[in-house]
Design a protein around this ligand. Structure first.
Ligand SMILES: [Zn+2]
Length: 65
């Protein structure tokens, strides 16, 4: 199940400190009313994007064995 996270609309840095299961959930969780600043550039505008799963272990799929 993809999660929604904030993504800075200025520099594109994804903020994984908070995540929601849906846009409605984000609205309910004060995602839009609570002040937010990008951890990278301190921009205050963001968009909600689906978080992409991080590769668990890149070496495991390298096929070295
Ligand atoms: Zn930023």
């Amino acid at each position: 199940m993809p999660e929604l996270i904030r993504k800075c609309s200025q520099c594109g840095t994804a903020d994984r400190r908070a995540s929601w299961s849906s846009a409605a959930d984000a609205a309910k969780g004060d995602a839009f009313t609570r002040p937010w600043a990008c951890g990278s550039c301190a921009w205050t505008e963001f968009e909600l994007v689906e978080s992409e799963p991080e590769p668990a272990n890149p070496e495991a799929t390298a096929g070295t064995r």
